[in-house]
Design a protein around this ligand. Structure first.
Ligand code: GBH
Length: 485
């Protein structure tokens, strides 16, 4: 049976949220308006050789100036929710001190328009755009950055707390820590494995401190969340060596966040495996109590599974000469773990299409955290879309990708996993980080010369799906039996 046939008959539970997701630096542009100062991504993209083709977010999809048109697109799609992020340097330019009113006004206008359109705003405080001044003071490897983040969360909550029902602290802290400070593929482009581990802890701490600040300021009804790009890790085989590789990647991709947030400790095996890099003394008394403050929802961003194997024997070291090692996003696994390409069809990113990984991941989370509501906060794919002479933009592969992944979400829901919603990445073609504008994830095509938006076939497909599966008006809001205050 093909996925298309299945999904057209699927019905999701009443109250299921249907959204699209974006991030500030990827769409807003207007990087010098509102008193905004550079973030680490302005600096990084402005440094030759860091982003493909020298692309920057200076203009991006010009969303800062075209927001009303983009909200109209959301209305046309019929989404129930819209997930966006606030640009930290737009509302608090140096990362310290008072908020800038013009910056806040933009998000006030955005959220007002969403609410007028009957769309629920889902706000992410941090989607990777650290104010450059805070990086200059040491960035996430520095403990103070966590406190600065909590102050920034306070400013945004004071301004928008009355109109935003769902809040996310961080988007994918794994990327911030390990691509930003480990492999250097993302801003700020540092390659220091010990700093990456410190960054991971201070991101966790910043999350916890921000949850504390938000709980104090927001109405009881507000849902607080963290968004993780959890890895569905598979071993090449069931051999002891391959299982050990899985364990190491599980620890660095998933447990380094899940364990402190939900169980108030760091994985002991991870601490042992990285002992040559750090003694973990940056974890201070009381930190884990902050980090493990209860949240209401866990957001999961899923694109493809991760397949690993034990590395072949590492090269023989010449005494006195270090074995040259490429900077890694996986501190302490060099020479021990090998990443395999995975099988089957691939997206334009080269990522394998494998919806089964999503089912596995959701089931595993439900087993480990049975009372925690989950949301798919990102899922989608880059493909080479094509326009026909009439100007229509066709993207059948994206539709197939989405079909199979929604069938996966449905399968998980049917087997009892508490998934509350699905946010498609992304509304618009945008600045795809180190790949610049060369990769298009949007269901709406953006002509970056004219800024003209065109719904792709996938956008029409998504609109039809939402219309079909939309909860009846007035359906009761999901309850939160898990919440401990
Ligand atoms: C998300 O990141 C971002 O939140 C979003 O801004 C971005 O545009 C979108 O996805 C698309 O990239 O290191 O070989 O194991 C996802 C980033 C992609 C990072 C998959 C980890 C695994 C490849 N993740 N990647 S590997």
């Amino acid at each position: 049976v093909d996925d298309q046939a299945i999904v057209s008959t699927l019905r999701f539970p009443p109250g299921f949220r249907w959204g699209t997701a974006t991030a500030a630096y990827q769409i807003e542009g207007a990087t010098r308006e509102d008193g905004r100062t550079p973030s680490i991504w302005d600096t990084f993209s402005g440094t030759p050789g860091r982003v493909l083709n020298g692309d920057t977010g200076d203009i991006a999809a010009d969303h800062r100036n075209r927001m009303p048109e983009d909200v109209a697109l959301l209305r046309e799609l019929g989404v129930t929710d819209y997930r966006f992020s606030v640009s930290w340097p737009r509302v608090q330019p140096t990362g310290r001190g008072p908020a800038v009113q013009r910056g806040l006004d933009f998000y006030r206008q955005l959220t007002d328009r969403l609410l007028e359109a009957g769309i629920r705003p889902v706000l992410t405080l941090y989607h990777w755009d650290l104010p450059q001044e805070l990086e200059d003071a040491g960035g996430w490897p520095e403990r103070d950055t966590a406190a600065r983040f909590a102050d920034y969360a306070t400013l945004v909550a004071e301004a928008l707390g009355d109109r935003v029902p769902m809040w996310t602290t961080l988007n994918e802290p794994w990327c911030s820590a390990f691509l930003g400070y480990g492999s250097g593929e993302h801003a700020p482009g540092r390659t220091d494995p010990a700093a990456a581990l410190r960054a991971a802890h201070h991101l966790n701490l910043g999350h916890g401190l921000a949850v504390g600040a938000l709980r104090d300021l927001l109405p009881d009804s507000a849902d607080l969340s963290l968004v993780l790009n959890l890895a569905a890790v598979r071993g090449r085989s069931d051999s002891a060596a391959d299982r050990d590789a899985v364990r190491r990647i599980e620890a660095l991709a998933n447990r380094i966040f899940l364990d402190p947030v939900f169980h108030a400790h760091y994985p002991r095996d991870l601490m042992e495996d990285t002992a040559a890099l750090t003694d973990w003394s940056f974890v201070r008394d009381g930190d884990l109590a902050q980090i493990s403050r209860p949240i209401d929802v866990l957001g999961i961003n899923y694109y493809s599974p991760t397949v690993v194997a034990a590395a072949a024997a590492s090269p023989v070291a010449v005494p006195g000469r270090p074995v040259p090692q490429a900077p890694s996003a996986w501190p302490g696994t060099e020479g021990l773990v090998r990443f395999l390409p995975g099988e089957g069809p691939r997206t334009a990113m080269g990522w394998p299409v494998d919806a089964e990984g999503l089912v596995e991941l959701l089931r595993r989370l439900h087993r480990e955290l049975p009372r925690l509501p989950l949301m798919i906060t990102e899922n989608g794919a880059a493909y080479h879309d094509y326009a026909d002479p009439s100007g229509a933009v066709h993207d059948p592969e994206r539709i197939a990708y989405l079909e199979s992944h929604l069938a996966a979400v449905h399968e998980a829901v049917r087997s009892g996993v508490d998934v509350r919603g699905y946010f498609l990445w992304s509304l618009l073609d945008n600045f795809e980080w180190a790949y610049g504008y060369s990769k298009r994830f949007g269901i709406v095509h953006v002509d970056f010369a004219s800024q003209r938006r065109t719904l792709k076939d996938s956008a029409r497909w998504y609109a039809a799906l939402i219309a079909d599966n939309r909860a009846a008006p007035g359906a009761p809001a999901p309850r939160h039996p898990h919440r401990r205050r």
